[in-house]
Design a protein around this ligand. Sequence first.
Ligand code: ADP
Ligand code: MG
Length: 250
Amino acid sequence: MIYAVANQKGGVGKTTTAVNLAACLAEAGSSVVLVDLDPQGNATSGLGGVPDDHPTMAEVILDGVPFRDVLLPTRVPNLSLAPGGGGLAGAAVELPNRQGREGVLREALSASAGEYDYVFIDCPPSLDLLTINALAAADRLVVPVQCEYYALEGLTRLMETVEAVRARLNPDLRITGMLLTMHDARTRVSADVIAEVRRHFPELAFRTVVPRNVRVAEAPSYGEPVIRYDPHCAGADAYFEAAKEVAARA
Ligand code: ADP
Ligand code: MG
């Protein structure tokens, strides 16, 4: 099963969610790949980085390098990384000129994605062709929503994009759910956003809400998911619960 983790807003917790859901399911014994499709490469650095001469998803997309050739082991057993980073900025520029430009990733994953229980694609903060490629390749979509003002802004456009992808490219794409992130129990706005998302998207909102937790923010600088960096912190607990929901909703 291939999951895209997308929201065109930056800083809402996409990378944190993709990395930690992938890590939780891997720790539970599934074979998992995390695909970093963001030119910022945060998922890649957050899982320990990529050697200088190692090919990345940019080479998969631009040069037809086989997907399995870019996979790197991580410190999490059963979790491999398909690294992203800077080269993907070139891919975002180059892709519009390609034939079948929306299906490049789907094609690249088709040979080997089936070998894994879960593939998570961490999308860039935009609705550009990289994200469209992710949605075209995915079976499921997870949308992190930050508990912050204007959280719902943009969700309508994201849902329209999902509809367009279903209509033209990938009729089987389903939305697994929306995961509320960075909840701060002390603030009114967090509670308001949770209520609003649950009202607008009663079926889609995950039961689990991820709290704002400093350990979650620290973990990437140690090259680890929070579920390994501090497996008993509130953030790790929440991601374990969210991963159970993902598995249950599959
Ligand atoms: P995106 O990929 O959507 O841009 P990130 O996952 O990179 O978002 O999160 C943005 C920032 O917020 C990062 O610095 C990350 O470490 C931090 N962050 C994400 N989730 C949490 C959380 N639950 N608690 C505290 N900080 C978080
Ligand atoms: Mg990110």
